[in-house]
Design a binder for this molecule. Structure first.
Ligand code: SF4
Length: 246
């Protein structure tokens, strides 16, 4: 089957999120695809869809060792509730943590390096053996994601964004229809939830991701950036830049 970005985009243009996921998991990339999930504010939507299609689909969860305790509890609740059977917890290497961030506050001085060894490198290792991965990113989340396409290519793999065009009311509707449990921090004003030191509540008029790395110009952790620090958009394969986050 084709892995050409143009062909994929043409073939699946306008296909609904669930149907797209089903095609990717059961046919296009059968046995070679994973869902990367933060188990954050909206994560239950894709996790629920994937579980309906095939609960044995690999789910990669990045535990940076800096997460909110609520996220870990929520993750376990969703895994159990949806019957997911292949959730893989991805963590930074112990030697990296010891050598690069012995006192655990690298996030305050060099968040790019912190994200790089806690997120970018572990995900690169976890994606070995997969040809495609699914993300939950959406265009409305911030200006950097406003042009997010259905398919991208990064590091020789295809990234699939089934919810790229969804709006907040569609996410809320999906939660309501399927009676999904919300992340406990959503009610506390967190519409986007990452690591505890780098996530703050968001005011109603702000972008959902305004609370991530608040006060800095950093908007992405690096797992979605190309070698030049921009969002991956083209068919050109590019490795993450050395410092990872920017
Ligand atoms: S989000 Fe913050 S704490 Fe988490 S890996 Fe990045 S810099 Fe470190």
């Amino acid at each position: 089957m084709t892995t050409d970005l143009h062909d994929l985009s043409e073939k699946y243009r306008g296909v609904a999120a669930f149907d797209l996921l089903q095609a990717m998991i059961e046919r296009q990339f059968a046995g070679r695809i994973a869902l990367v999930s933060s188990f954050g504010a909206d994560a239950a939507v894709l996790l629920h869809m994937v579980a309906k299609i095939d609960p044995a689909t690999p789910v990669l969860f990045l535990d940076t060792h800096k997460l909110f305790a609520e996220t870990k509890t929520y993750k376990q609740q969703l895994v159990t509730g949806f019957g997911l059977t292949d959730v893989r917890v991805i963590s930074p290497l112990a030697e990296n943590e010891r050598d690069l961030d012995g006192n655990g506050v690298l996030w305050a001085s060099e968040p790019g390096r912190c994200c790089y060894f806690r997120k970018v490198l572990p995900l690169q290792r976890a994606l070995e053996g997969f040809d495609a991965w699914i993300t939950g990113r959406k265009q409305y989340q911030n200006i950097e994601r406003s042009q997010l396409p259905q398919f991208e290519r990064a590091d020789q793999r295809i990234k699939i964004n089934p919810l790229m065009g969804w709006q907040p009311d569609q996410v809320a509707e999906y939660f309501k229809i399927h009676d999904l449990q919300p992340h406990p921090l959503v009610a506390a004003g967190y519409p986007s939830i990452g690591c505890k030191p780098c996530t703050s509540p968001v005011a109603p008029h702000e972008d959902p991701r305004a609370g991530r790395w608040r006060g800095s110009d950093k908007t992405e952790c690096g797992i979605h950036l190309s070698a030049d620090g921009k969002m991956t958009r083209s068919a050109t394969v590019q490795a993450p830049r050395a410092q990872g986050c920017g």
